[in-house]
Design a binder for this molecule. Structure first.
Ligand code: AHR
Length: 502
C-alpha cells in the first residue's frame, strides 16, 4: 500500500513544550520504594536511590515528573515527609491499602529529580486537606527565607528554595474512589481559593486544575465547564487522564485508540474555549494530559494481592508487563500528543518505574526496559522543535471502535537548531508494507536519513529482566533526494526517520 505526506516549513502547528514528555512518580506499589529508591541495592547512591534506575530514566529523557500522586495525594500529609527520616510517621494509605513509611519525601525527591534532569510537577492534597496546607507547601518549597515554612526547609537542609513551578490542584476529584471526592462546584470553589493563595505566596507558579478522571465519567464535560466557571482566571492548565486496554483482544480497534485520545483532547479544548468566550476572557487555557498510558494487564492480579496482603509496604501492584502491541499504541498516542502541541503543553506517561511503567526493577537485582520504553525514548529525545501540520493521503480501515482509521499515524517535527526533520510513524496494517512518500516543502534533504524501527515481533511479545527482545533496530529501507524521502514501513511497526535538512 502507498501513503503520501506533504510537510511544509510554513505550515506549522506549534513548538513542542518539552514538558509533553513528562512522566509520573506516585507513592504507589513499587514505584518509589524498590523502584527509584532502594538503599542497600548495589547501585544505590548515598541517599538510597538506585543508580541503574537513574541511568534508565536519563536514557528515557523524561523532562518533567508529576509527584507524589495520583490517588495517594488525596490523603497525603506532605509534612510527614520532611525532617529526620527516623522520626517520620508511618501512615495507612487508604488509596492503595498500603503502609507508607515516608522515607522519601519532598527533599529526597527534589534531589533525585535534579539528578535525572527532570522538573517536578507537585500535586497538593485537596481531598482530605485544603487551602491552608496548599499554600504552606508552596511557601516551604519556594519562599527563600525568613518565614516559618521557608526557615523550616532551611533547617531541614535545603538553604535554597526548590523553585517548583508547576502545581496540580488535587487529583481526580470527580472520582468516587478518591479520598475527599467532590462535586464540580465544591471542587471548583476550593481549587479557585487554593489557586489564589498559592499564587499570592509565589506569583511565578503555574497551576493545573482537575478535569475529569476520564472522558467516560458520567459527569465528563459538565465537570470541566463547572470547574472552569470557578477557576478559569486563576489556573493555567486543565488536566486530562486516560488509560487504554485491549481486553477484547481486538488489535485493529486497540491500535485505533489514538483517535479516542485525539477526540478527547479536541472536546476538552472546545470546553475551555466555551468558558473563555462566556467569560469574555483574553486568556487561552492549555491542557495537561497528566495521566496517560495502557493499563489493564495487572488488574485481576492486583485484587488478589491487596486481598491477601493489605497494608504492606510497596506491594507489587499495577505491574503491567507490556507487549509489542502496547508499544505500538504508546507510539500512536505520542504522535497524537505532538499533533495537539498547540494546546497540550504538559503530558505525563503514568507512571515511571514498576507501576504501569516503561522501567521495571527487581528487588536487589536488575532494572530493565519494557517494550513501551522505546517509543517514549525516541519521542523524548528527537521530538523537539516545531510540529508541522501534516497533509496526508492514506488508505483507511473500519473497526468496531472507529471508522476511517488511517493505516499510517504520523507526525513530523522540525528541529531548527539541529537542522533536522524527524518523522514518527506507526503502520497499523497487520500484513502490508506501506511505501511512505514524504514531500518536503521549504526544505531540501542535506544528509542521508537515518531510519529506526520496531517491528517483526509477535503482538504479545514482552521484555523480561533476562530477555530484552522487543527493541529498535536500524533499517536501510529509506531513500531520499532533493525534497523527497521514501521509506518502507513494515506491517505493525513504529518508525523514526531523521533527515538532515537545509
Ligand atoms: O496512575 C494510577 C492511578 O490512576 C492514579 O493514582 C490515579 O490518579 C488514576 O486513577
Amino acid at each position: 500500500m502507498k501513503s503520501n505526506m506533504i510537510v511544509s516549513r510554513y505550515s506549522t502547528i506549534d513548538k513542542v513544550d518539552p514538558r509533553i514528555f513528562g512522566s509520573f512518580v506516585e507513592h504507589l506499589g513499587r514505584c518509589v520504594y524498590e523502584g527509584i529508591y532502594e538503599p542497600g541495592h548495589n547501585t544505590a547512591d548515598s541517599l538510597g536511590f538506585r543508580g541503574d534506575v537513574k541511568n534508565l530514566v536519563k536514557e528515557l529523557n523524561t523532562s518533567f515528573i508529576r509527584y507524589p500522586g495520583g490517588n495517594f495525594v488525596s490523603g497525603y500529609n506532605w509534612e510527614d515527609g520532611i525532617g529526620p527520616r527516623g522520626e517520620r510517621p508511618k501512615r495507612l494509605d487508604l488509596a492503595w491499602k498500603t503502609l507508607e513509611t515516608n522515607e522519601v519525601g519532598v527533599h529526597e525527591f527534589v534531589d533525585w529529580a535534579k539528578e535525572v534532569n527532570a522538573e517536578i510537577n507537585m500535586a497538593v492534597n485537596l481531598g482530605t486537606r485544603g487551602i491552608e496546607e496548599a499554600r504552606n507547601i508552596v511557601e516551604y518549597c519556594n519562599h527563600s527565607s525568613g518565614s516559618y515554612w521557608s526557615d523550616l526547609r532551611r533547617k531541614n537542609g535545603a538553604n535554597k528554595p526548590f523553585g517548583i513551578k508547576t502545581w496540580c490542584l488535587g487529583n481526580e476529584m470527580d472520582g468516587p474512589w478518591q479520598m475527599g471526592a467532590k462535586t464540580a462546584d465544591e471542587y471548583g470553589r476550593i481549587a479557585a481559593e487554593a489557586a489564589k493563595m498559592m499564587k499570592w505566596t509565589d506569583s511565578n507558579i503555574e497551576l493545573v486544575a482537575c478535569g475529569s478522571s476520564s472522558c467516560e465519567m458520567p459527569t465528563f464535560a459538565s465537570w470541566e465547564a463547572t470547574v472552569l466557571e470557578h477557576t478559569y482566571e486563576h489556573v493555567d492548565y486543565l488536566s486530562l487522564h486516560r488509560y487504554y486496554n485491549n481486553t477484547k483482544n481486538d488489535i485493529q480497534s486497540y491500535l485505533a485508540q489514538s483517535l479516542d485520545m485525539d477526540n478527547f483532547i479536541k472536546s476538552v479544548v472546545a470546553i475551555c474555549d466555551y468558558v473563555k468566550a462566556k467569560k469574555r476572557s483574553k486568556k487561552t487555557l492549555h491542557l495537561s494530559f497528566d495521566e496517560w498510558n495502557v493499563w489493564y494487564h495487572s488488574q485481576e492480579q492486583d485484587k488478589e494481592i491487596l486481598k491477601r496482603d493489605p497494608w504492606s509496604v510497596a506491594p507489587p501492584i499495577l505491574e503491567d508487563i507490556y507487549n509489542f502491541e502496547d508499544a505500538l499504541l504508546v507510539g500512536s498516542l505520542l504522535i497524537t500528543l505532538l499533533k495537539n502541541c498547540d494546546r497540550v503543553k504538559i503530558a505525563c506517561l503514568a507512571q515511571l518505574v514498576n507501576v504501569i511503567a516503561p522501567i521495571m526493577t527487581e528487588k536487589g537485582g536488575a532494572a530493565w526496559r519494557q517494550t513501551t520504553f522505546y517509543p517514549f525514548m525516541h519521542a523524548a529525545n528527537y521530538g523537539h522543535g516545531i510540529v508541522l501540520r501534516p497533509q496526508i493521503e492514506c488508505p483507511t480501515y473500519d473497526c468496531e471502535a472507529f471508522s476511517g482509521v488511517p493505516f499510517v499515524e504520523t507526525v513530523a517535527v522540525f528541529n531548527e537548531e539541529k537542522e533536522e526533520l524527524v518523522v514518527f510513524a506507526v503502520n497499523r496494517s497487520l500484513d502490508e508494507d506501506v511505501e511512505f512518500d514524504i514531500e518536503l516543502q521549504g526544505f531540501t534533504v542535506s544528509a542521508t536519513p537515518s531510519f529506526t524501527e520496531i517491528s517483526g515481533f509477535g503482538l504479545k511479545d514482552v521484555n523480561t529482566k533476562s530477555k530484552g527482545t522487543v527493541k529498535p533496530q536500524e533499517k536501510s529501507a529509506v531513500r531520499s533526494g532533493g525534497n523527497t524521502v521514501i521509506a518502507e514501513l513494515a506491517p505493525l511497526s513504529w518508525n523514526v526517520i531523521r533527515v538532515g535538512v537545509k
